[in-house]
Design a binder for this molecule. Structure first.
Ligand code: URA
Length: 232
């Protein structure tokens, strides 16, 4: 197969991008830089891109600062998907480890390591998720104990698991949840007769949203951050 076709097929980059990589000396075949897109390669040849074998893709671990107006699923026809913000090849193959609503901002973790994502979303591992919430009405101090004891959500059999509520001001609070039911924060406050006006996720377990990121920006996680999920 031609080298440019082989690279495009195995990485997801376009032929045009592949051509640029070849000219930028980013591709090696059997230890030698190769610039000829028509060079024939087979399974016997060792092809490196940026020094890495392309047939063993590295797993990617990403944090994104989700803005309002994006959905954590594929494009729903009205709102764009957060995956469109990650300008990487095969971004559509990334799994979102814990979705946020279209009107929620903050930390979203993504990876193509399914086990790692499962560790984050499975309630068995009790990883805390921290949210900052702005409410329509003043927060009654009795909410703290109600969150701790568990709240009966509309249409659900079981009470919510014990959650921490810290009152920051009359209308603002920090909430830590150890499970992730559908629209959980909004429904917990709704059950107490209040309404969430703004919701922002600040942390998932030991991983905090990087305050150097602006809304819509992302970065790769450090190795320490990736590992911290297994030590939490
Ligand atoms: N709880 C909600 O209600 N919405 C979110 O996006 C996340 C948690």
């Amino acid at each position: 197969m031609r080298l440019d076709k082989y690279l495009a097929q195995s990485t997801g980059f376009s032929r045009k991008e592949v051509k640029r990589m070849l000219h930028a000396d980013e591709v090696q075949v059997n230890g030698e830089f190769e610039r000829n897109p028509a060079r024939k390669v087979s399974d016997e040849d060792e092809v490196l891109l940026d020094g890495y074998p392309i047939d063993t893709p590295r797993e990617r671990y990403i944090m994104l600062y989700k803005p309002i107006g994006y959905v954590c699923s594929s494009d729903d026809g009205t709102h764009p998907s957060v995956l469109g913000l990650i300008e990487l090849p095969r971004a559509d193959e990334l799994t979102i480890a814990g979705r946020l609503d279209v009107d929620t901002t903050g930390l979203v973790l993504l990876s193509d390591d399914g086990q790692w994502c499962h560790r984050i979303t499975s309630p068995r591992h009790k990883l805390g998720k921290i949210y900052e919430v702005t409410l329509a009405d003043p927060i009654d101090p009795s909410y703290v104990e109600k969150f701790e004891r568990g709240i009966q959500l509309n249409g659900e059999k079981e009470l919510t698991k014990p959650a921490q509520l810290e009152i920051l001001s009359e209308n603002r609070a920090r909430v830590e949840l150890f499970e992730g039911r559908y629209h959980q924060v909004k429904r917990m406050f709704a059950a107490l007769g209040n309404r969430v006006e703004e919701l922002h996720r600040d942390a998932i377990g030991p991983i905090q949203l990087d305050d150097e990121l602006y809304e819509g920006e992302w970065r790769e996680l450090t190795q320490a951050e990736v590992k911290s999920i297994f030590n939490a």
